[in-house]
Design a protein around this ligand. Structure first.
Ligand code: CP
Length: 294
């Protein structure tokens, strides 16, 4: 059994295997594995709709008992440490726990042998299951990664989605540029920032938008949501610059008419709903990776 903490822990071959497996589940080419003797717990210490629901549905499709731990009604509320909570679950023969926490690298201070951790997002650090579903969506559309041109635009500073994606995309052969307002830039030496998008947009195969992570902003930008779309977001005008076979992605939840214009949501290029569906099948592959014998 394996932990699933970051895609960086996996080889390119392992990632490609997870991608192919996800698409095979989706296309009903292989049966969804049955783990009916297993119990998997879920502990979401930050809000979620997509990730939590898709993991829960994935567990259901795999005949796994989903043990939901609600922070407010658990012993965490009485001061029990995360480590002691996990020890308790391990003693109850829970095989794995899916955790979302606002604490970056919360798993580094945890010791578990029999209980495997699936990271469903740790603060502004990593969101590996989102990264896998993003890769699945790109591969489904282009059937390759080599030399695809990717633009990630938005709140890089606070985005765990961007941080999980950039390095893995580059490792898989994609060219990744980043566009962000100065107040959302992070790791200036690590990312290939572009300063202007209008003239560059036609070169990208994939444009990935990011949510303004308002809950993580320490310095509030005045009128941010009102000014964002035209200055930094995917406006109707910018959408027109995309090439014919380009795709537009957003991990969700999105702020309508902030990161993207709501009038483009039904366009064929926009793959947000496909991302959500791919999230379900990617998470089945992740659970199989964690519980299986690989
Ligand atoms: N993309 C994502 O993680 O969405 P949720 O916060 O709804 O899980």
């Amino acid at each position: 059994m394996n932990n699933f903490l970051s895609l960086k822990d996996l080889t390119n071959e392992q990632i490609m295997e997870l991608i192919r497996q996800s698409l095979s589940y989706k296309n009903k080419e292989i049966a969804i594995p049955d783990y009916s003797s297993k119990i998997v717990s879920m502990l979401f210490l930050e809000s979620s709709t997509r990730t939590k629901s898709s993991f829960e549905i994935a567990l259901n499709k795999m005949n796994i008992y989903p043990l939901n731990i609600e922070e407010k009604s658990s012993a965490l509320q009485k001061g029990e440490s995360l480590q002691d909570t996990l020890n308790t679950l391990s003693s109850l023969e829970v095989s794995s726990i899916i955790i979302r926490s606002e604490i970056e690298k919360y798993y580094e201070n945890i010791n578990t042998t029999n209980l495997k951790i699936i990271n469903a997002g740790d603060g502004a650090h990593e969101h590996p299951s989102q990264s896998l579903l993003d890769l699945v969506t790109i591969y489904e559309n282009f059937n390759k990664f080599d030399n695809l041109n990717i633009l990630i635009m938005g709140d890089i500073l606070h985005s765990r989605v961007a941080k999980s994606n950039v390095h893995i995309m580059e490792r898989l052969g994609m060219n990744v540029d980043v566009y962000a307002p100065d107040f959302f830039k992070a790791n200036e030496n690590e990312y290939n920032y572009i300063n202007e998008i209008e003239t560059n947009l036609k070169k990208y195969d994939v444009v990935m938008l990011l949510r303004n992570q308002l809950e993580r902003h320490k310095n509030k930008i005045p009128n941010l949501q009102e000014i964002y779309l035209e200055k930094y977001g995917m406006s109707d005008k910018r959408f027109e610059y995309l090439k014919d076979d380009a795709i537009l992605m957003h991990p969700g939840p999105f702020n309508r008419d902030v990161e993207l214009s709501s009038t483009i949501l039904d366009e064929k290029k926009v793959k947000i709903n496909e991302q959500v569906t791919n999230g379900l099948y990617s998470r089945i592959a992740i659970i199989d990776y964690v519980l299986g014998e690989k």
